[in-house]
Design a binder for this molecule. Structure first.
Ligand SMILES: O=c1nc2n(C[C@H](O)[C@H](O)[C@H](O)CO)c3cc(O)ccc3cc-2c(=O)[nH]1
Length: 330
């Protein structure tokens, strides 16, 4: 049985995995999920990327949004707002709240996040083994100009900067202001969650879906030991570009790419990962011209359609990534 390890963020990773499951129904798929987007609100631990993966693969996702639950209601949020308790900018629905209550309760009882995730997955049966990248607390913060928050403190000059939580940057500010740096706070002291390094060492292939290379896959790779384990696994590592025609397929990846000095092109993202990590890279057919420059960087590259329009198109992308892996292996 083929063992596939996938590093995944939220929506892009989850949709790709739906295609991969359909393309490789007999494979044993282990997903290492980003937890840098996690946030504590209302006394609860919220893990947006793990939940997006779990709900999407388990059939509970709000398909239009790509995050949160289908058939959601917002009574608790409205009641909190009536008490003047926010933030109002983060859309937590009633059904979703239940997940965060169970998770927080289990963590308070002493269970690590990996055990909690496994327990939540017994309900959702995602058809993959879902592991958080770490059981330790890691929070992605984004450095922005204080002036962009519209709330300079007395004595703060025009030049002052402040770090905000990734969710505040992404959801409240809609990534509309410049990001000067992206910092996965706590990552340097984090340990890979149980099973992560073992899954990588036992993998036949490692895939990077078209997830955000900075705040999703970049954060997973920032956990000491994970990047090294992938590089040392001696198996094909193949990625799919989240940038098509010079723009992110979805989301606002360009903002955080420029924060790390990477151009928003399919080739620049491949070079950002580098040939020390990546063996193969799929770009969209509109980026066919960039294939030679990626290959010159020592990464085998092919141009194939990369728009995740439905499960069949996404399954074909997954098939192409596995074919490229075989080509690299040969
Ligand atoms: O654009 C939004 N994204 C929301 N997301 C998505 C999330 O902010 C990001 O898309 C991911 O963190 C990036 O991978 C949520 C995800 C959850 O699991 C739970 C609640 C939310 C709430 C929002 C929201 O209000 N607006």
């Amino acid at each position: 049985m083929q063992r596939i390890v996938v590093l995944a963020g939220g929506i892009g990773g989850a949709r790709f995995l739906r295609g991969l499951k359909s393309a490789a129904p007999d494979a044993e798929i282990t997903v290492i999920g980003n937890t840098g987007d996690d946030i504590h609100l209302f006394g609860l631990k919220i893990c947006p990327d793990l939940d997006t993966l779990m709900y999407t693969l388990g059939g509970g996702i709000h398909e239009g949004q790509g995050w949160g639950r289908a058939d959601e209601t917002f009574v608790v949020k409205e009641e909190l707002a009536a008490y003047g308790v926010g933030p109002g900018w983060f859309g937590l629905g009633d059904r979703d709240f239940a997940t965060h209550i169970v998770r927080t309760q289990m963590i308070a009882a002493g269970y690590p996040l990996s055990a909690v995730t496994e327990a939540l997955c017994t309900r959702w049966q995602p058809g993959v083994r879902l592991l958080p990248m770490t059981d330790d607390r890691v929070e992605t913060h984004v450095l922005i100009d204080t002036a962009d928050l519209g709330e300079s403190a007395p004595g703060e000059g025009a030049e002052s900067r402040r770090a905000v939580h990734f969710q505040e940057y992404w959801v409240r500010l809609r990534a509309s202001v410049d990001a000067h740096a992206v910092v996965p706070v706590g990552a340097d002291a984090a340990k890979p969650a149980p099973g992560v390094l073992e899954a990588i060492a036992d993998a036949d292939v490692v895939l990077f879906p078209p997830s955000n290379p900075v705040v999703s896959i970049g954060t997973i790779l920032a956990v000491p030991g994970i990047r090294e384990a992938i590089a040392d696994a001696g198996v094909p590592v193949v990625g799919l570009s989240p940038v098509v025609g010079g723009a992110p397929v979805r989301g606002m990846a360009d903002k955080v790419l420029s924060a790390v000095g990477v151009e928003t092109t399919a080739a620049a993202v491949a070079r950002h990962y580098g040939s020390g990590l990546l063996d193969g890279w799929l770009v969209d057919t509109v980026d066919e011209d960039s294939v030679p420059s990626v290959q010159e960087a020592g990464i085998r590259c092919r141009a194939v359609p990369l728009m995740m329009n439905g499960t069949e198109a996404t399954a074909e992308m997954a098939r192409q990534s596995l074919l490229l892996a075989e080509e690299v292996r040969a």
